[in-house]
Ligand binder design. Structure first.
Ligand SMILES: Cc1ncc(COP(=O)(O)O)c(C=O)c1O
Length: 387
């Protein structure tokens, strides 16, 4: 019977991150710097809003696009933070995390044979969804460009089949951000092209160099861009599962059909919590951002003092250093680091082949854990004569 399963699904592999965790799950006394989510609890007033929603029986379906007050709050938030103008009635869909927002975007726009450009190394959540739609991911090597997609790189890779470009900045796993000028440059290049941009801005509140600029804020771009965002990283709400899409009405109305038949709506309780977070949670985000910034400084200085070459990332909560490994893969290094060094980092090859030789270090951990983890890294690298 197995041959009856959709081959687009059987051909998808479990993510490199998951494979790595399966391999190392049995080890004890391992310091882990692997996590891809905030280590802070959800702010109390946000939790209260969720609890109140339960107590007041606000536990029914909502509008498919999410309850209007939430969409209004999203609209006000993105206007205030990124100078974006989206009509809450027709241009915003509240989704089950940014993950579902990415899914409905791809399923609405992609057909078999289409190509989607991704800047590699890249978050592994896009490729399987592209393949499920029968489309083809085209990874662009950004290693010599500080992990940034540029108009020159795009010119080299855009073909007649290109349907969409994924712009995932600030980046998981590299922490790379685009400056306002860099985004403007891309916008200028893309504004006349018959292409969609999926701009995944889930880390947009976590920047340490300059505030985030959304490509949709430039002239001509709103009509060809789907902005993906949510409260998972900004308000430490990964388990509540609330994200959203911002897209022009003519596109949003089709995305809403895919969304409706998929999930009906995000959880009502979570919507009330997200409403509170986006309305009254600005300071929570800023407090967490400042803590991440201090940790980034610490991690960056420790690594550079070890002699590891690293461009200081401008956003998210990851650093992505390269290690001098020629004869082994990042995956092998990851396993050896756990077995012999008592430290877990995510192997860079989990983020496409362009991550080969790199490891992702998350600093969504308290200082004590970071210190212990980096001590172990230093000892391991010395023993291996890497430094
Ligand atoms: C770049 C990127 N996009 C999307 C997501 C998914 O976010 P959510 O938890 O809101 O679905 C993640 C999660 O790690 C991510 O790193």
């Amino acid at each position: 019977m197995q041959h009856l399963i959709n081959s687009n699904v059987t051909n998808i592999e479990i993510s490199g991150i998951r494979k790595f965790f399966n391999m190392v799950s049995g080890y004890s006394d391992v310091v882990s710097l692997t996590i891809g989510q905030p280590d802070f609890p959800t702010p109390d007033h946000v939790k209260e809003a969720g609890k109140t929603a339960i107590d007041e029986n606000r536990t029914t379906y909502t509008h498919n696009a999410g309850m209007l007050p939430l969409r209004e709050a999203i609209s006000a938030f993105v206007h205030d933070q990124y100078n974006l103008s989206y009509d809450p009635k027709e241009e915003i869909i509240s989704t089950v995390g940014a993950s579902q927002a990415i899914d409905i975007t791809f399923r609405t726009i992609l057909k078999p044979g289409d190509e989607v450009i991704l800047p590699g190394p890249v978050y592994p959540g896009y490729e399987p969804l592209i393949r499920l739609a029968g489309a083809k991911p085209i990874h662009v090597d950004t290693r010599d460009h500080d992990f940034k997609l540029t108009k020159e790189l795009l010119s080299e890779h855009i073909t007649n089949q290109t349907k969409c470009i994924v712009l995932p900045y600030p980046s998981n796993p590299t922490g790379a951000t685009l400056t306002k000028d860099e985004v403007e440059d891309l916008a200028h290049f893309l504004k006349d092209k018959e292409l969609f941009v999926l701009s995944d801005e889930i880390y947009s509140q976590l920047t340490y160099d300059e505030p985030h600029t959304s490509i949709a804020s430039f002239e001509g771009m709103k009509d060809r861009t789907v902005v993906i965002n949510g409260v998972s990283k900004s308000h430490s709400m990964t388990g509540w599962r609330v994200g959203y899409t911002l897209a022009p009405a003519w596109l949003s109305k089709h995305m809403l059909k895919v969304h409706q038949y998929n999930v009906s709506c995000p959880t009502s309780i979570s919507q009330y919590a997200a409403l509170e977070a986006l309305t009254n949670g600005k300071e929570d985000t800023e407090t967490m951002r400042q803590a991440y910034e201090k940790r980034l400084d610490y991690v960056y200085h420790r690594l550079t003092n070890m002699g590891i070459e690293l461009e200081k990332p401008g956003g998210a909560f990851y650093v992505f250093p390269r290690f001098p490994i020629e004869k082994m893969t990042s995956f092998d290094l990851g396993i050896e680091l756990v077995e012999k060094g008592g430290l877990a980092l995510v192997p860079g090859d989990a983020f496409s082949s362009y991550g080969q030789g790199y490891m992702r270090i998350s600093y969504a951990y308290d200082m004590e854990t970071l210190e212990r983890g980096l001590d172990r890294l230093e000892t391991f690298l010395k023993e291996k004569s890497f430094i």
